[in-house]
Design a binder for this molecule. Structure first.
Ligand code: S3P
Length: 422
């Protein structure tokens, strides 16, 4: 296909979750625009409503008004976080600082995902956790918290943010350190906007409970993790050019652009402004001949959600690619690591999990075959992008799951070709 014109992707998922949570913590009315209208973010809004926030959708551009009560209120019912790890983990952080008992659960995928990595440090801070195993469902009873210094077992923005939210809501200082590479720092940026001191020193994030969460206004930028799929489709196209407008380009999220540039992708970034310290840009992309690359372990946290897309692009590149130390992908919405490799093989490419690394041979034949997603949205979208290659026949078993992060994905992907002509 040929691509053409300009597209806008929906709002950033990570920022949407956080904005709703901070607005629920504030006492008074916040106005948010561009909030991602996906199942995951709707799930966050649903549980925050159960906890006392009044969240009202407004007309136009996914605007919402959030009336927070300055704290969360006890909920009678179980808090169902659906498919969303971010909802569950960040909410656990907030609840740790509230003196009532709450029960969290999720769908069958989320119930399998590890929670002890969050609940252990929250327990050290003073919350009480009642869990049967490592996952959901679990009960949490918040309490008076104390500050801790804690080295996370994995670099994870969800874990880091859970502890930061607990510290902010509980009014205590915190030191937290990630083992390898920096994960996304949206929580830190928002906390700074509320007057908290958040410093980085010798690999530690030092949080000082010096601020206060107050009502705010925010226009959520487009999600670079969603934009990546449009960039990928344009890179594989046979001609034309595409502009993706209004994309959040926080440097802890742009690892995908760095790696694509190394692979030979022609992508230019044009800054257009910023929203509460989150830089925004338009991205111009042209179809490009790609070459394989090695993605270092320290780069992974900055592109953790883009590995499926990068892996399918690597199969179309010349020469092999290696993604180092991606074991964390085993505990995403699916066993994403094994499924990336298995699905690449299912469509005729060579790929293997080698220990904690993912290896993808380049120079694959035209992709043809059936893809199994286990309901994982990013696998569905990555392989749908691969299916746009001329002559490809890629059947993805479940496209409905894309609604958790990118409603309208299929229509937008199809529109790229329509804009560009055949
Ligand atoms: C997210 C963090 C990432 C990412 C997820 C969203 C966030 O998870 O995979 O889609 O909003 O903090 P980890 O931080 O657990 O790697």
């Amino acid at each position: 296909m040929k691509v053409g014109g300009a597209v806008r992707v929906p709002g950033d998922k990570s920022i949407s979750h956080r904005a709703l949570m901070f607005a629920a913590m504030a006492r008074g009315t916040s106005h948010l625009g561009g909030v991602l209208p996906s199942l995951d973010v709707r799930g966050t809004a649903r549980v925050l409503r159960q906890l006392g926030a009044v969240i009202t959708p407004l007309r136009g551009e996914h605007a919402v008004r959030v009336k927070g009560r300055g704290r969360l209120l006890p909920s009678e019912g179980t808090l169902n976080c659906g498919n969303s790890g971010t909802t569950a983990r960040l909410l656990l952080g907030l609840l740790a600082a509230h003196r009532f008992r709450a029960t969290l659960t999720g769908d069958s995928s989320l119930r399998r995902r590890p929670m002890a990595r969050v609940t252990a440090p929250l327990g050290l801070m003073g919350a009480r956790i009642d869990a049967r195993g490592d996952g959901l469902p679990l009960d949490i009873t918040g309490g008076r918290l104390h500050g801790i210094r804690y080295e996370l077992p994995v670099s994870s923005a969800q874990l880091k943010s859970a502890l930061l939210l607990a510290a902010a809501a509980g009014g205590v200082d915190l030191g937290v350190r990630e083992p390898a590479g920096r994960s996304r720092d949206h929580t830190e940026r928002l906390l700074r906007a509320f007057g908290y001191t958040v410093l980085e020193r010798d690999g530690w994030i030092e949080f000082v409970a010096s601020g206060r969460v107050v009502p705010f206004e925010l226009q959520v930028p487009g999600d670079i993790s969603s934009a990546a799929f449009m960039l990928g489709a344009a890179l594989l196209a046979e001609g034309g050019a595409l502009r993706v407008v209004g994309v959040g380009v926080n440097p802890t999220r742009t690892g995908v652009l760095t790696v694509l540039a190394r692979m030979g992708a022609e992508i230019a970034l044009e800054p257009t402004g910023s929203e509460l310290d989150e830089p925004v840009a338009d991205l111009d992309v042209r179809p490009s001949l790609l070459r394989g690359t090695i993605v270092a372990a320290a780069e992974i946290p900055g592109l953790i959600d883009e590995v499926p897309l990068l892996a399918v692009l690597a199969s179309r590149a010349s020469g092999p690619s290696v993604f180092r130390d991606v074991g964390e992908l085993r505990v995403k919405e699916s066993n994403r690591l094994e499924l990336i490799a298995a699905n690449l093989r299912a469509v005729g490419a060579a790929a293997e999990v080698r220990g904690e690394d993912l290896w993808v041979a380049g120079d694959a034949p035209i992709p043809r075959g059936r893809v199994r997603t286990d309901g994982d949205h990013r696998l569905a979208m990555a392989f749908a992008v691969l299916g746009t290659v001329a002559g490809a026949r890629v059947a993805v078993d479940d496209m409905a799951c894309v609604a958790v992060s990118f409603p309208g994905f299929e229509a937008l992907l199809r529109s790229l070709a329509v804009r560009g002509g055949r």
